[in-house]
Design a protein around this ligand. Sequence first.
Ligand code: DX5
Ligand code: ZN
Length: 222
Amino acid sequence: MKNLKIKIAPSILSADFSNLSRDIKAIEADADLIHVDVMDGHFVPNISFGFPVMKALEKITKLPLYVHLMISNPELYIEKFIDAGADILSFHYEATVHVDMLITRIKNKGAKAFLALNPHTPVENLRLFLSKLDGVLLMTVNPGFGGQKFIDYCMNKIKLLRNLANEIKPDLEIAVDGGINLENIVDIVNSGANVIIMGSEIFGSSNPAEMILKIKERIKNL
Ligand code: DX5
Ligand code: ZN
């Protein structure tokens, strides 16, 4: 991995929506990005939130917003989410037949493109166009809900993707999402991930800011 900064991205899916501003202020000084999960009840069996919440987030925080679209037909919404404040945008490989076109649209609009893969989708499928991407988001649970258990075989998938990136695009950012905690974070970073998305481990703890510091402490010498 080519000296990539390790970034911690708390996922607000596990925040308290009746106190969103308070929860974000609590982690703002220590987090690198805010991860925003948009679910449509069709691509995944859950519905979360959309543009009104993003508008609110823009008022609450200066941190970059990393928007993870778990929606069918993402081609209908790419530019709208960037207009709504997405600095990084992920759509799912499995959700569209226009992967290359959507990457191009994200980049043309000035945001970073991180293609998201469900656990079963092979990283080899990205070989031809990996160099067009800023990053890849590896789902390490089945998308749709916070608080699930990390799927073990995904650890090997992180390594396979880092090896592929070393061959083709050494500065590729690898984001991991789902079931990440203080116990497995060392293996995850050692496997080659650098954008660490965490929901329940951070917002489910009694002191989210302290939890981020503990996470950073654990990986600081890797
Ligand atoms: C799940 C979402 C995740 C979720 C992760 O589909 O994409 O971002 O918030 O939550 P934890 O860290 O609790 O698994
Ligand atoms: Zn997510």
